[in-house]
Design a protein around this ligand. Structure first.
Ligand code: UTP
Length: 472
């Protein structure tokens, strides 16, 4: 008990000094267990971070002022014969890495998925157009197909967050890891940052808990460091890390061409891009400012920059980043040795809180700020960067929104379209809508075929072209 009083007094003083004493307003109502939880949480809070965040909000207006942004030179889709040859060469190099067991996969799955509004980890969202295969199952089965092809178990690291860690682990256990070796997975938790209200005050999520949120996909690097992931990778002989995000069921996981180009260009951090749908598509723009590689978010480009065109009419910023990366392990080791820190970004959000009367409020409007790091800010620390253009229809259809663009509906459509293109090559006629999209639902298990060549070799016979086609 005395210990508790002492701890409380220290914290009271510290929080009073920074004008945040109000968080203790329900202290007298709390039982012993809740008091203890509250003290634990507050002791873990990094006070200097809090001051940094308050400063960041004040400076927000000038945060993204930058010099002239020049688009980064992207390796385009191969067209000429020589480009096809180079591409093939890159595939050969990437395949060798996979055969040698030098590649690991890192999936970031710690986000809150607030736009989708799905109750549960986003990876458990059903996306298969026919069976409702979950995102996690899609990803893992593709990896199993790779393991069979290249004769190596691929280490699979999955970053979760406080809110979905337990549920994610339980889901994988319940599904028996979808048939991949359980010991080849490593689940680790990302950090959290406190949220602040419009007056720069901490918010209470409960009477005994301040409101915190995951620290962004850029929190990956601190989490990797904290959880000694590098040591694990080293021990497993991993030299390259293939990074992707949980909400993209189309991702060409461990694309050998991408891995190969990363090596050929001696890149430390690489990215994939697609041609934007139009100047308004909300993708990151990779460019350089004074020779430093940066990714500038859609919202940070000026209207002139968004719509600027080249002589041939193409947009200056015609390529958008699709958040698929390869990192060299040595790059991360260098970063960690240098004590780096990625910058923080401020986002205005609607954040539920406990009001002065102890009532929980779910605000309709944005009432505060969350603070996140973004993985693409690591570009500016890399000595060499490689950016490769890819085909959207083979690599990118994220589930971000409930409806409309980048939603479950578009992801299922794009999966059906992709599988249809394989079946057409195999000689089938697939009914189409006027839009050109397939008029039926198609799903092919990655365990049956994870690309067109595999499907062609298997030549599925006597398929009935019904409303639903499922090949497993
Ligand atoms: P998004 O930026 O789309 O965020 O994440 P989100 O949380 O999924 O969705 P919204 O913005 O709340 O609607 C892109 C990827 O980064 C991961 C997500 O899980 C997703 O794979 N991510 C995001 C994290 O792992 N941690 C974070 O703190 C944020």
């Amino acid at each position: 008990m005395t210990g508790e009083v002492e701890r409380l007094n220290v914290l009271l003083k510290n929080f009073e000094n920074i004008g945040q004493k109000n968080i203790f307003r329900f202290w007298d109502e709390l039982d012993e267990q809740k008091r203890s939880l509250f003290l634990d949480q507050l002791e873990q809070l990094e006070m200097d971070k809090l001051e940094k965040f308050q400063k960041l909000i004040k400076e927000k207006a000038s945060q993204y002022e930058f010099g002239t942004l020049v688009p980064f030179d992207v390796i385009p889709l191969p067209q000429k014969k020589i480009e096809h040859q180079r591409y093939k060469n890159a595939i050969g190099i990437g395949e060798k890495l996979l055969r040698n067991g030098q590649v690991a996969i890192l999936l970031v799955a710690g986000g809150q998925g607030s736009r989708l509004g799905f109750d549960g980890p986003k990876g458990t969202f059903p996306v298969g157009p026919v069976t409702g295969r979950t995102l996690f199952q899609c990803h893992v089965e593709k990896v199993i197909a790779l393991e069979k092809r290249y004769g190596h178990i691929i280490p699979f690291y999955i970053m979760t967050s406080e809110t979905n860690h337990r549920q994610t682990l339980d889901f994988f256990q319940e599904k028996k890891y979808f048939g991949k070796k359980p010991e080849s997975f490593l689940f680790f938790n990302q950090g959290v940052n406190p949220a602040l209200d419009k007056n720069h005050k901490l918010l209470l999520a409960q009477k005994w808990q301040i409101s915190v949120a995951p620290d962004g996909h850029g929190g990956l690097l601190q989490a990797v460091l904290k959880n000694k992931i590098i040591q694990d990778m080293k021990q497993k002989g991993v030299e390259y890390i293939f990074y992707f995000q949980v909400d993209n069921p189309l991702c060409h996981i461990c694309d050998p061409a991408f891995l190969g180009y990363h090596v050929i260009h001696q890149s430390e951090m690489s990215a994939k891009t697609v041609k934007k749908r139009d100047s308004e598509e909300k993708l990151g723009n990779i460019g350089t400012i004074d020779g430093k590689v940066v990714t500038i978010e859609y919202s940070e480009l000026s209207p002139d920059e968004k719509t600027a065109t080249r002589e041939d009419g193409r947009l200056v910023f015609e390529q958008g980043s699709i958040a698929i990366h390869v990192f060299s392990r040595s790059f991360w080791e260098r970063l960690f040795a240098s004590g780096f820190e990625l910058p923080y970004h401020v986002a205005e959000k609607s954040i539920p809180f406990i009001d002065e009367n102890g009532k929980r409020v779910i605000p309709k409007d944005k009432n505060g700020y969350k603070f996140e790091q973004f993985i693409f800010d690591a570009f500016s620390y890399a000595n060499k960067v490689m950016v490769l253009e890819t085909k959207r229809e083979k690599d990118f259809s994220p589930i971000k929104n409930k409806n409309g663009l980048d939603s479950p509906e578009t992801a299922r459509r794009d999966l059906s379209n992709l599988y249809a293109s394989w079946l057409v090559k195999a000689g089938y006629n697939i009914p189409r809508k006027n839009s050109g999209d397939v008029a039926i639902h198609i799903e092919i298990s990655p365990l049956y075929a994870d690309n067109m060549n595999v499907l062609m070799n298997k030549q599925p016979k006597n398929l009935k072209i019904n409303h639903n086609i499922l090949i497993e």
